[in-house]
Write a protein that binds this ligand. Structure first.
Ligand SMILES: *Cc1c(COP(=O)(O)O)cnc(C)c1O
Length: 405
């Protein structure tokens, strides 16, 4: 059986985790702080905050910005539910917009028509690891008419004085735009280290802070450390110092810190990420593209351009001119060959909860078209060339069977 994306748990990871367990310090501590530092260096920013998930990171930034009832947050209809759920948690309204046909990213023109006086944040999603066009997004939120529409409701929003760009970078650790890491471009980007992601800590996420002057990202980082740990002015490590037991609660904070066990996995993974993990993933995706290069049948994912390069998180293949039912049938045949494939994603308007909130997939034709023809192929570190050939043979056979029926 060929799995879809098992995590890479080798002896190095196991040894490091055992070391943490034996060290006497298992929650947020030196390894988490080191992982944050290394992630900041890697990303090309000064401050990164590690948390227990990307979901927590996205929500905490919305809350820090004071997003709530009456506000609107623009995001793609074609994403994982986390992106929209966090907006619901704050009481704000997710404004779903359609995506591009070529690269699955949120559509700029659709964003422009969706912006109102209530818009506080745009949450683009780097789908499959392909970074959105942040330059164009900045140009959009800085347009005179768009800025005039922005109505700041608190000091932080006054300081920013425009719509915030909060990137869902759950897929895109290591993606490149104009020679730099893409996550260093938006105001804030949030990585995920969930078990299926490129770099995993079992569960985990990180908030990449890159707010423009006059924001003090180091001060924001310090505040968020407290805000994500009960609002307590001393963390567990500081309280451990001899006699340093007294603490205060300065906010009704949240509880979503990363543990040192998770960070230990992340440190090992990050060390070998660019030179090993990404090299392997790129090879896998390029080989798929080489073997499936038949434009009449397949629409291959965009992975590289003059200015951008994906993090090779997913290989979202699309089959041309098929229906959703045919896609499902093709997948069934592939599963019969003991190969695990997937669909990214079921669009938000097709999920019960969002349907009940009156979102309708008929308003998102490109999203539906992408979804109905999409099959994500296995991509993981230990996938061999032989297995890749097996997958491709199975896919071609399945398509032939279904389309010629
Ligand atoms: C995985 C994922 C998330 C959530 O990440 P967690 O770390 O599990 O919270 C958010 N958005 C997208 C697009 C994802 O794929």
């Amino acid at each position: 059986m060929i799995p879809f994306s098992p995590p890479r748990i080798d002896q190095k990871i196991i040894d490091e985790v055992v070391q943490v367990l034996k060290s006497g310090w298992i929650t947020t501590g030196p390894r988490t702080k080191m992982f944050e530092k290394k992630l900041a260096q890697y990303s090309g920013v000064s401050n990164v905050l590690c948390l227990n998930s990307a979901t927590a990171g996205l929500e905490i930034i919305l809350r820090w910005l004071g997003v709530g009832e009456g506000d609107e947050v623009i995001l793609p209809a074609y994403t994982y539910s986390a992106t929209a759920n966090v907006v619901m948690h704050t009481g704000a309204t997710p404004i779903l917009v359609d995506v591009n046909d070529d690269d699955f990213c949120i559509n700029l023109n659709r964003i422009r028509s969706a912006i109102t006086e209530r818009t506080k944040v745009i949450m683009p999603v780097d789908f499959a690891g392909w970074p959105c066009d942040y330059k164009a997004l900045y140009a959009l939120v800085n347009e005179k008419e768009v800025k005039l529409k922005f109505i700041p409701a608190n000091d932080i929003q006054h300081k920013l004085n425009r719509i915030m760009i909060l990137a869902d970078a759950a897929h895109s650790l290591g993606a490149i735009t104009d020679g730099v890491k893409s996550a260093s471009i938006p105001d804030v980007a949030v990585y995920s280290f969930h078990a299926v992601k490129n770099l995993t800590t079992a569960e985990g996420g990180a908030v990449v802070l890159n707010l423009p002057a006059p924001f003090d990202n180091a001060a924001i980082y310090n505040f968020l450390c407290v805000y994500t740990l009960h609002g307590q002015n001393k963390d567990a490590l500081a309280k451990m110092q001899k006699g340093n037991w007294r603490y205060d609660i300065v906010e009704a904070g949240y509880k979503c810190n990363m543990t040192d066990i998770n960070a230990a996995m992340g440190l090992i993974e990050l060390e070998r990420y660019d030179d090993d993990t990404l090299v392997k993933r790129k090879h896998i995706c390029n080989l798929y593209s080489q073997l499936l290069n038949d434009d009449n049948v397949f629409q291959l994912p965009v992975m590289k351009s003059d200015t951008r390069e994906t993090s090779y998180h997913l290989y979202p293949l699309r089959v041309r001119n098929i229906t959703e039912q045919q896609r499902d049938d093709i997948m069934k045949h592939i599963f019969d060959d003991d190969i695990t494939v997937n669909v990214h994603f079921i669009p938000l308007p097709m999920l019960s909860y969002y349907r009940k909130k009156n979102y309708s997939i008929s308003d998102y034709p490109v999203t539906y078209n992408n979804y109905s023809r999409e099959i994500s192929l296995p991509v993981f570190y230990d996938l061999t060339d032989e297995q890749i050939h097996q997958v491709v043979t199975s896919v071609k056979k399945a398509v032939k069977k279904v389309v010629e029926l």
